[in-house]
Design a protein around this ligand. Structure first.
Ligand code: UDP
Length: 488
C-alpha cells in the first residue's frame, strides 16, 4: 500500500430514483469500496432503499464491504404527488414527472446539511441533479457526475444540442449528419425527443442546458463504459468536448457471485435456480432473451405481435413482460399461446434476474430496448442483439450497436415515443425477420465472433491492469491528492 492509500476516502453516491440509475450506482459504490480504505455511502429515499439493502446483504455474506445507506425524506406531499411516489413512474404522465423533478430539487437542503455534517471526500451525484455541483462546492467537496449513458450518446447528444443539425432538414424523417463526430452518423428528428428539437425554451431544453453547465463546472464525469468499446468517443469526449472523464465499466461485472447478481434491482419474479435449470436444458446459443428494461411499457397489440413472431420463429425464448403489458387486464397473449410454448418459451411477468440470464451459455440473442445498462450487460455477456429502442437516449445506443460495433440488427423502430402507439407498433413479420437474422442470418456467425471478442475485452478492462481498473485507481489517487492539498 502506498502512503496515500493509507488515507481514508469517503465517497458519497447520490443516484436518481430510477432503477436504471440506482442499479449501476450500487455496482459503482461496490467497485470503489473494495479498494483499501475507501468507504462508500449511497443516499436514497425510504421507498427506494430496498433496491440497495437486499443486494447489500448478499454482498456482506460473501465478504464484500457493506455500503452504508443514508435515507433522505422525499417531499412527495409538498410538491403535490400522490402518496408512495418516489420514482419517475412514466405511467403517471408528464405533469407528474415535472413535479417529481421539483421534488428532487428540494433534496438539496437535506444534501447540504448532510455534507456539512459528514464532510465526505467526494460526491458522485446523478446527472439529473445539476444543483449538486453547487451544493458540494459550498463545502469544497469535489462533485463527479454520473450520467449512466455511453460516451457515444454523451458526444452525440452534445453535438445535437450545440449545433442543432435538425434545423437543416425539412421533414422529421429526413436524415441529418451529426457534424464532426469520428463516424458519419445519421439521425432523424423522429429518433429524438420532440422536447429537444421542437419547442425553443422548453422545460426539457432548459434542464439539459443546466445539466451540461453543471457538468462543465464539476470535477469530472464517470462513465459506465470501457475504453476499448468506444475509444473514438471516449477520446472525443475528453479532447474535443474538453471533459475530464474516467471509464469504469462494465460496472455490472462488479457482481461477482450469482447470489448478488440475482438481487440486482427489484425482487425477481422467478426463482433464479428454476430459471437457470430451464436454461441449462437448452443448447448453447439457442435461446432468445427479450426484455425492455425497467420503465418501457408496450400496449397489448404490440405484445401480441411479439408473441406471434416468437411462435412463428420456432426459437426458444425467455420473454420478460412488465405488469402484464400496460398494467390493464387486456388480453395480450394469443389464445393457447402458453400451452403451445410449454418447454420452448418462458414468460417472466415482472422482474428478471437479467445479468444471470444473459451470462448463461444458452442465450443466443438479446432483444433489447437499448437502455445503456442492458446494452453493456449484453456486451459483457458476449450476446448479439436485436435493437428495439423506445425513448430517452436509446436510439443513440442502437446506432452504436448496429452501425459502429456491428453486433446487432435493428428491428426498425420509426419513432421516439415513451409509450409506442398503435400506428407505430412493429408487426409480427418484421420481428420474425429480425429474430431469424440475428440467430441464423448469413452474418450471424460474424456477429457472434465480434460479440465474443468484446466480451473478452470487457473482462480484460475490469481485471487488474485493465483500462477500467486503472481508471478507477487513477481517480482514487486524484481524489486523495485533492484531499491532501485541502489539508495542507
Ligand atoms: N433489469 C433487470 N430485470 C428486469 C428488467 C431490468 O435486472 O426485468 C435491469 C437490467 O439488468 C439493467 C436495468 O434493470 O441493469 C435497466 O437499465 P437500462 O439502462 O437497461 O434501462 P432502463 O430501465 O433505465 O430503461
Amino acid at each position: 500500500m502506498d502512503v496515500h492509500e493509507a488515507q481514508e476516502l469517503h465517497v458519497v453516491f447520490f443516484p436518481f430514483m430510477g432503477q436504471g440509475h440506482m442499479i449501476p450506482t450500487l455496482d459503482i459504490a461496490r467497485l470503489f469500496s473494495v479498494h483499501d480504505n475507501v468507504k462508500a455511502t449511497i443516499i436514497t429515499t425510504p421507498l427506494n432503499k430496498a433496491t440497495f439493502t437486499k443486494a447489500n446483504e448478499e454482498s456482506e455474506k460473501i465478504g464484500d464491504p457493506v455500503i452504508k445507506i443514508e435515507v433522505f425524506k422525499f417531499p412527495t406531499k409538498e410538491v403535490g404527488l400522490p402518496d408512495g411516489y418516489e420514482s419517475p413512474d412514466l405511467s403517471l404522465g408528464v405533469g407528474m414527472i415535472q413535479k417529481f423533478f421539483k421534488g428532487t430539487e428540494m433534496l438539496s437542503e437535506q444534501l447540504e446539511e448532510y455534507l456539512e455534517k459528514v464532510r465526505p471526500n467526494c460526491l458522485v451525484a446523478d446527472m439529473f441533479f445539476p444543483w449538486a455541483t453547487d451544493s458540494a462546492a459550498k463545502f469544497n467537496i469535489p462533485r463527479l457526475v454520473f450520467h449512466r449513458i455511453s460516451y457515444f450518446s454523451l458526444c452525440a447528444q452534445e453535438i445535437i444540442r450545440v449545433h442543432e443539425p435538425y434545423k437543416n432538414v425539412s421533414s422529421d424523417d429526413e436524415p441529418f449528419i451529426l457534424p464532426s463526430l469520428p463516424h458519419k452518423v445519421q439521425m432523424r428528428r423522429l429518433h429524438i425527443s420532440e422536447d429537444f428539437w421542437k419547442s425553443e425554451g422548453s422545460e426539457f431544453k432548459r434542464r439539459m442546458a443546466r445539466i451540461k453547465e453543471s457538468e462543465v463546472r464539476s470535477y469530472g464525469v464517470i462513465v459506465n463504459s470501457f475504453y476499448e468499446l468506444e475509444p473514438d468517443y471516449a477520446d472525443y469526449f475528453r479532447k474535443e468536448l474538453g471533459r475530464r472523464a474516467w471509464s469504469i465499466g462494465p460496472v455490472s461485472m462488479s457482481n461477482r457471485r450469482a447470489e448478488v447478481k440475482a438481487q440486482r434491482g427489484k425482487q425477481a419474479s422467478i426463482d433464479e435456480h428454476e430459471c437457470m435449470k430451464w436454461l441449462s436444458s437448452k443448447k448453447p446459443d439457442s435461446v432468445i432473451y427479450l426484455c425492455f428494461g425497467s420503465t418501457s411499457v408496450f400496449i397489448a397489440p404490440q405484445l401480441q405481435e411479439i408473441a406471434m413472431a416468437l411462435e412463428a420463429s420456432g426459437k426458444n425464448f425467455i420473454w420478460v413482460v412488465r405488469d402484464g403489458g400496460d398494467g390493464k387486464n387486456e388480453k395480450w397473449l394469443p389464445e393457447g399461446f402458453e400451452q403451445r410454448m410449454e418447454g420452448k418459451g418462458l414468460i417472466i411477468r415482472g422482474w428478471a434476474p437479467q445479468v444471470l440470464i444473459l451470462e448463461h451459455e444458452a442465450i443466443g440473442a438479446f432483444v433489447t430496448h437499448c437502455g445503456w445498462n442492458s446494452i453493456l450487460e449484453g456486451v459483457a455477456a458476449g450476446v448479439p442483439m436485436v435493437t428495439w429502442p423506445v425513448f430517452a437516449e436509446q436510439f443513440y445506443n442502437e446506432l452504436l450497436v448496429t452501425q459502429i460495433l456491428k453486433t446487432g440488427v435493428s428491428v426498425g423502430v420509426k419513432k421516439w415515443d415513451r409509450k409506442p402507439s398503435l400506428e407505430n407498433i412493429i408487426k409480427q413479420e418484421v420481428i420474425e425477420t429480425a429474430l431469424r437474422e440475428i440467430m441464423e442470418g448469413n452474418k450471424s456467425e460474424e456477429r457472434r465472433i465480434k460479440t465474443k471478442k468484446l466480451k473478452e475485452m470487457a473482462r480484460q478492462a475490469v481485471e487488474e491492469g485493465g483500462s477500467s481498473y486503472s481508471d478507477i485507481h487513477a481517480l482514487l489517487a486524484e481524489l486523495r491528492g485533492y484531499q491532501l492539498r485541502q489539508q495542507n
